[in-house]
Write a protein that binds this ligand. Structure first.
Ligand code: GLN
Length: 549
């Protein structure tokens, strides 16, 4: 399938990982979109997992779920947030997915008796997927980020596919290397050599970098720009300085200081006389910066225990969603990480009194669960705004059943399937899947409709009766307990259209300023330019709470 005139920007990483390739790709996407071109961003993950759903968030960060239900890498979240639109399953691929298709085809005799090989068959599958992503939503430019660093074994086939793409469409394909220029403390001088090596290594694949985005602690001076240009065979106006900035949302503005969009459009042979500016984005960035009043939000979770480090990647979208709504409310969200384990076995919950809002995010399994339940109880009893996401909603119902209904044996089947009162139970269709050990991609995933009840906090926040949210769970509020729970005062303000699944639970405003949980993951739909209404309602309540401090 040849797409006439479609443009492809391949983004590759040089020198080391973790320098912000995803943010650079997202920023280029945003900037080109602002210039009037429809852009899709594609993530290529070279690992063999078929999707990101089976990976531990402590090691790999958050699992980001698309509308379609595909479980992807957290970069997809950044892409959607920067572009301010939904991406499709075509925009994501892993080596596992690619190989699985090739192997399935081989099993179905679709290769007509040929020996099936990495080249050309796997490479062709990659090319087909890149073209399918370009075709599916009428975009003009695809920005394709190839995960990993140049020199990794596992991304070689993807780089080779990109090389072939360039042969097929010489005027339509460019390569951007996101590299790192260290400034060793002992020297105090910016070193270009590692980047020179990375560009040389890329050329050993038959690929010449067209652009270098030079990440560093500080801006690059002209002298180094020239040095890199000569040694890497890249035009000086295509070497873009990308110093560390305060917030990832500054990156597009910063890249545009070096006129990256003109240079990219030039390289892609696309008209530059298109309209568009970044003023809406600038408005959002300055709203974040100008907020002076802070509200303290305590996130009670478990996925940040890695040695001596606090790793918040597992909750990336939650943090960003809080930021967007804080900017909207005109406050700054000061987030503190609270390890749920600290509240277990008589651990002191009174430290929670200093927070203006407490949030329990999504999660799985036993670790820290009783601590989360204790934190929720503290928020309920002391009337501190509480927001529960997925597991945070299920545990809110467990807490309510135990401490308000007096069902001391209340629990979720995920932890104790033999508990006396399974107020949270496994969804019927999930039972067989678990029994058969089918875990990958089998949860209730992706977008589902919810119907909101008149006169509730949820309905007021969303301002509409019917909403769509993304999901990722196996367990649900047990319908057998719904009536008793509601009689005791907790309202199920959002339900699936057939009324069977409880989607939102809340205490009425007259008994608590904000005590609300959602079975969905609203954080996955929060965007800088369209903050999520439930997060905004939570932050408004937290802002009011902060006045009492
Ligand atoms: N572990 C719970 C379930 O599977 C909640 C999942 C989540 O928080 N994403 O239902």
């Amino acid at each position: 399938m040849a797409l006439d005139g479609h443009k492809y920007i391949f983004v590759l990483g040089g020198v080391m990982s973790g320098v912000g390739k995803g943010i650079a790709s997202s920023s280029m996407g945003l900037i080109l979109q602002q210039r009037g071109y429809r852009v899709n961003l594609v993530k290529v993950d070279p690992y063999l997992n078929v999707d990101a759903g089976t990976m531990n968030p402590t090691e790999h960060g958050e699992v980001f779920v698309l509308n379609s239900g595909l479980e992807t890498d957290q970069d997809m979240g950044n892409y959607e947030r920067f572009l301010n639109r939904d991406l499709g399953p075509e925009d994501y691929m892993t080596s596992g997915m690619v190989y699985q298709s090739v192997i399935n085809r081989e099993r179905a005799l679709e290769y007509g008796g040929k020996c099936v090989e990495a080249v050309p068959h796997v490479r062709d599958e990659i090319l087909g997927r890149i073209e399918a992503a370009a075709a599916h939503n009428g975009s003009k430019i695809s920005v394709i980020e190839i995960g990993g660093t140049i020199g990794d074994f596992q991304n070689a086939l993807f780089i080779d596919a990109a090389r072939v793409m360039k042969i097929k469409h010489p005027d339509d394909v460019i390569f951007v290397m996101v590299s790192y220029l260290p400034v060793p403390g002992t020297l105090g001088e910016m070193k270009t050599r590692p980047t020179q090596h990375a560009v040389r290594e890329l050329s050993s694949y038959g690929v010449q970098a067209d652009f270098i985005i030079a990440r560093s602690q500080q801006s690059m001076d002209e002298k180094r720009k020239e040095k890199l240009a000569i040694s890497c065979n890249v035009r000086p106006d295509r070497i873009i300085s990308a110093p560390d900035v305060e917030s990832i949302y500054d990156v597009p503005l910063n890249l545009e200081k070096d006129s990256i969009s003109d240079a990219l459009l030039d390289a892609l042979k696309l008209p530059k006389d298109t309209s568009g500016d970044l003023s809406e984005w600038e408005g959002f960035v300055s709203r974040i910066k100008n907020a002076t009043k802070t509200v303290k939000i305590g996130i009670v979770g478990k996925y940040f225990d890695t040695g001596d480090f606090v790793l918040s990647d597992a909750y990336l979208s939650v943090i960003e969603a809080l930021k967007f709504s804080a900017a909207e409310v005109g406050v700054k969200a000061e987030i503190e990480w609270l390890n749920a384990k600290n509240f277990e076995n008589g651990g002191d919950t009174s430290v929670l009194a200093k927070y203006d809002g407490i949030l329990v995010p999504g999660g799985f399994g036993q670790t820290g669960i009783e601590g989360k339940i204790e934190a929720i109880r503290f928020a309920r009893v002391n009337k501190i705004p509480y927001f529960g996401l997925c597991y945070g909603m299920q545990l809110m119902v467990v807490e309510f059943a135990r401490n308000v209904l007096g069902l001391t044996g209340a629990h979720t089947a995920e932890i104790d399937p033999k508990a006396e009162h399974l107020v949270v139970d496994v969804m019927l269709e999930q039972k067989a899947l678990i029994a058969a050990g089918k875990y990958g991609g089998t949860m209730r995933l992706g977008t589902y409709e919810e119907i909101l009840k008149e006169g509730t906090i949820a309905r007021e926040a969303y301002g509409t009766e019917k909403v769509e949210e993304r999901h990722r769970h196996r367990y649900e509020i047990n319908p057998a307990y719904v009536e008793r729970i509601e009689e005791a005062g907790l309202v199920f303000s959002g339900k699936s259209p057939d009324g069977v699944l409880m989607e939102v639970a809340e205490l009425p405003k007259k008994s608590h300023p904000f005590f609300l949980g959602t079975q969905a993951h609203p954080e996955l739909k929060a965007r800088p330019l369209s903050p999520h209404p439930l997060f905004t309602a939570f932050l408004k309540a937290a802002s009011i709470q902060s006045e009492t401090r």
